[in-house]
Design a protein around this ligand. Structure first.
Ligand SMILES: [Zn+2]
Length: 267
């Protein structure tokens, strides 16, 4: 029996239990292939979040924390959630990044906060991250990875999952845990935030702007923020997840302009 982190095991068991799991997501308006339940993914992410908080310095700088503490609860409420059930932190990291984990955990890097000009621009980023969580993008990525059997032994080792047993057992365990690591996008702990697909990014942009509008923010600031991201990340060798080349900034900005124009705005 391979030794496996309990949370990871829960996800694996859930995925075995629900082999055919196509779920319709009301808010998203499409069906999703989901082997793992919301709670299973949240449980699996809990350990990674705790580990991240130990490894990555958390900013206590009020310039950052007061803005996040002001903006995040409004967005969470606008997205139908309860702020008390979410955790949001600023991490000291110069990269232009932000991320979210299942179960309602959001991390914003100081680097990306430095290019924001106002609360609404942070709202664009927080809204985007909440949308990734509400749309269960990690669960979907996990399920896709399971199907594709993308398992990387190195990733599972980095995640602190140790697999042993017969060679076959070990390989199967590594595949499952590798898929989990990729699904959570928690490469942050191990050096890189893993990118979502272009489709997930555009969906998160759209959801984020919807939440922004509901929370009373000027959604044109999402467009302005992305223009700033485009300018700031130009020339960077490896674009961060948040500014990943898929979708290209232009596609992203055009998409946001289209959504905001449906809200009756001209950005
Ligand atoms: Zn994203």
């Amino acid at each position: 029996m391979p030794r496996f982190r309990r949370s990871a095991l829960a996800v694996v068991l859930a995925s075995v239990a629900g082999l055919t799991a196509c779920t319709y997501n009301e808010e998203l308006g499409r069906s999703q292939l989901l082997f793992a339940g919301r709670d299973d993914m949240a449980q699996a992410a809990a350990g990674s979040w705790e580990q991240l908080k130990k490894q990555q310095p958390i900013s206590r700088d009020e310039r950052y924390t007061s803005r996040l503490n002001r903006v995040a609860p409004k967005l969470i409420r606008a997205a139908g959630g309860n702020p008390a059930q979410w955790e949001y932190l600023v991490f000291e990291d110069k990269s232009l990044n932000a991320f979210a984990l299942p179960g309602g955990r959001i991390g914003i890097h100081t680097g990306i906060m430095d290019i924001m000009q106002n609360d609404a621009q942070l709202a664009a980023v927080v809204g985007h991250e909440i949308a990734h969580v509400n749309y269960r993008h990690s669960g979907e990525r996990y399920s896709q990875n399971m199907v594709a059997s993308i398992g990387i032994g190195a990733a599972s080792i980095a995640a602190g999952v140790s697999c042993d047993g017969t060679p076959q057992e070990r390989r199967a365990c590594e595949q499952r845990s590798g898929a989990l690591v990729q699904a959570l996008g928690i490469g942050a702990v191990y050096g890189a935030i893993l990118p979502y697909s272009r489709k997930h990014e555009l969906e998160a942009d759209e959801g984020g702007v919807r939440y922004m509008a509901r929370a009373g923010y000027d959604t044109c600031e999402a467009v302005r923020f992305w223009q700033r991201m485009q300018a700031s990340s130009a020339g960077q060798q490896r674009p961060p997840e948040f500014a990943s080349t898929h979708p290209a900034s232009d596609t992203r900005i055009n998409n946001l302009r289209q959504i905001t124009s449906q809200q009756g705005k001209r950005c």
